[in-house]
Write a protein that binds this ligand. Structure first.
Ligand code: BES
Ligand code: ZN
Length: 648
């Protein structure tokens, strides 16, 4: 299927080329011999291109986070047939692959913490072995094949160590009646629930048959059901080729409510209406994204709101973004997250980073695109505030990496490390700043033409940093005679001097207001009455370093920050309470409740880091002991590291 897709693109290319041949025929006299000769040449010419396009050899570059050797044999399509067993918290079934076989005698899949029961090649049992286990990567699953094997099937089951899956008890859901399961594949966790060539350079289509308890509904990053089936049997189809980290499954007592004919919400019953209201601009977001950078390629754009232990704000699983309920603030103030995940439908899902060292190509472009959607829909003030918040995050991240400046480069070298180490503000906000600086240098009009062609030319393929630089040089910089320090931005630590200046008038007012309140020891609520969430976040994050506890108390009394219903404002306030030893308004109990309920890694790790920084690791550990079992593995991995936690 993958090849087919590339062929389609090629044919389109070819069609354009044929128009160039037309004048040739006009010049030549109508002569049968010449026509035969010419068509012969054409066929040779074409088959040359054709072979180049379809041959796997050398298409895939080396990368450190997969054992697979796709240049020898690569998977192209997956047929998944699984049973989701909530009683034993295990997924059991088989994964069949069509393969592109370059005369190989072996195909290697990635696997981690899976029990492999049996493997077949073209329907017959074949020998397999699991190679040495690596803490990050798992084990290579080496399967014997013939040089003409076309299909392999792996019979397997997951184990309790599986990191992608989080099995939730009814108590951990919103409605508290039924259990819930969701997967998280990015970056290298798909191999913990499906044996697979788990490299972002792989692209596969998939079909799935999933059996779940009959009271529950299953949804995937694919064509989805809108209602429950009576027998808990669901079938799925993802007809466009996607990278394995984007295969996703969620199972729970969920319902669907449409926003438009191509957007809608899945959520637990008591959450559906709220989520629908909060995200009612989703169709407008898709429309304005399309107006910016071209047609939405995935037909449907739905969001599933997961229980609060979901470890991310959002995850851009194709056709079905997974989202945390913590962005449902009641006033649409945190919906830039949806713009972000939607933007990944171009930067990430359509044009995919080839390796996790190129992660900034996924996230930096997505933040840039997110800001443009937000600006188009809600205006410059909102976009400037969001960008300014990111700029402060970047400043703090660079400070946190002052001992390891290499970590502040856009192009990373994560060999031997967990790709998660690259999931920080550098990829997102330095990536954004680079693109924004480019935009301001080239002018928006030229930059938009360039970006649109970047998405078009690389649709359904992968991109690495060097390939991007070559494309940038050819299609923007050289084309318009622009001098730009691209290499300094990408390959050096820190931020180059020519950075775009990101400013927000609204935030300057907030900063003045803080100074005034502190100086006069009073608050004037008329100054804050129209503030948006972003202004409040900026307010809380920019207290003077030596703010007195009395001023913390004054702010809490005036604005009840401890009890804010907005998860973002609450989170930054809790961080400040810890930083400044503030214990009023029962804030300690609130922090504990928050950490037990919410598993969003960015939120909880910010708070645990604050405890640690302020020599309160013991307080953090006491809470963590109660909270840990509610967290997904990606969150516990990070927090274990922050607190030096070791499991007994
Ligand atoms: N794709 C990321 C989440 C991710 C990155 C998961 C790396 C695993 C490894 C997603 O698009 C994302 O960036 N989420 C952010 C939201 C945001 C910046 C608005 C998050 O979860 O905080
Ligand atoms: Zn993202």
């Amino acid at each position: 299927m993958y090849t087919n897709f590339r062929h389609v693109l090629f044919i389109i290319d070819f069609k354009r080329k044929t128009t160039n041949f037309v004048p040739l025929f006009k010049i030549l006299k109508f002569d049968m011999k010449k026509i035969i000769l010419l068509s012969g040449c054409l066929i040779i010419l074409l088959s040359g291109c054709y072979n180049k396009k379809s041959a796997p050899a050398s298409d895939y570059i080396e990368e450190p986070h997969s054992f697979s050797k796709p240049n020898e044999a690569a998977i192209t399509h997956l047929d998944l047939d699984i049973n989701v067993d909530f009683d034993n918290e295990i997924i059991h079934g088989k994964a069949s692959y069509l393969i592109k076989n370059n005369k190989a005698s072996q195909i290697i899949l990635d696997s981690k913490f899976l029990t492999i029961e049996k493997v077949q090649a073209d329907g017959k049992d074949t020998a397999f072995s699991l190679g040495d286990f690596d803490e990050q990567l798992g084990s290579p699953l080496k399967i014997d094949i013939n040089n003409d094997t076309k299909q392999i099937t792996v019979f397997y089951k997951t184990t309790h160590k599986t990191e992608a899956l989080q099995w939730l008890k009814p108590q951990q859901t919103t409605d508290k009646k039924h259990p819930f399961l969701f997967t998280q594949g990015q970056a290298i966790l798909t191999r913990t629930w499906i044996p697979i060539q788990d490299s972002p350079q792989i692209r596969i289509t998939y079909n799935a048959k999933v059996k779940v308890p009959s009271q529950l509904m299953a949804v995937m990053s694919a064509e989805n059901p809108k209602t429950k089936t009576p027998d808990g049997q669901y079938t799925f189809k993802m007809a466009q080729p996607i990278s394995p980290y984007l295969i996703a499954l969620a199972v729970g007592d969920i319902e669907y409510k449409a926003i438009s004919n191509r957007t809608g919400i899945y959520a637990e019953k008591s959450m559906v209406e709220k989520a629908h209201d909060e995200f009612s601009d989703m169709e407008n977001m898709v429309a304005s994204a399309e107006a910016l950078y071209g047609t939405y390629a995935w037909e449907q754009f739905d969001v599933i709101v997961l229980p609060p232990s979901f470890p991310f704000g959002g995850m851009e699983n194709p056709r079905l973004t997974f989202a945390t309920p913590t962005v449902i603030a009641g006033d649409k103030s945190l919906t830039s997250l949806i713009a972000h995940e939607l933007a990944h439908s171009w930067s990430g899902n359509l044009v995919t980073n080839a390796t996790w060292d190129d992660f900034w190509l996924n996230e930096g472009f997505t933040v840039y695109f997110e800001m443009r959607i937000m600006e188009a829909l809600y205006g410059k003030d909102r976009a400037n505030m969001l960008a300014r918040i990111g700029r402060q995050d970047l400043e703090e991240e660079i400070e946190s990496f002052k001992e390891t400046p290499d970590d502040t480069k856009l192009k990373l070298n994560l060999k031997g490390r967990n790709p998660d180490d690259g999931m920080n503000s550098i990829a997102y906000d330095k990536g954004y700043l680079f693109l924004r600086t480019l935009e301001e240098t080239a002018g928006r009009e030229k930059f938009d033409v360039f970006l649109k062609s970047y998405f078009q030319k690389h649709a359904f393929s992968t991109i690495h940093t060097e390939k991007f630089v070559a494309f940038l040089n050819e299609n923007l910089l050289e084309k318009h005679d622009i001098t730009f320090n691209t290499n300094e931005w990408i390959y050096n630590a820190g931020i180059p001097d020519n950075q775009a200046i990101i400013s927000s008038d609204k935030f300057e007012t907030v900063e003045k207001t803080i100074q005034q309140f502190v100086k006069t020891n009073t608050v004037d609520k008329t100054l804050t009455k129209d503030w948006t969430t972003q202004e409040w976040v900026h307010f809380v994050r920019n207290f003077p370093n030596d703010i007195k506890t009395e001023h913390m108390a004054m702010f809490d009394e005036a604005f009840n920050l401890t009890n804010s219903n907005n998860s973002y404002i609450a989170m930054v306030w809790y961080e400040q309470a810890i930083n400044h030893d503030y214990h009023g308004n029962d804030v300690d109990a609130k922090i504990e409740d928050f950490l037990i309920k919410v598993g969003r890694r960015w939120y909880v790790s910010t708070i645990y880091k604050a405890f640690k920084r302020n020599d309160k690791t013991d307080v953090a550990l006491a809470i963590y002991n109660k909270a840990r079992s509610n967290y997904h593995a990606v969150t516990t991995n990070t927090v274990d590291g922050i607190l030096g936690y070791k499991q007994e």
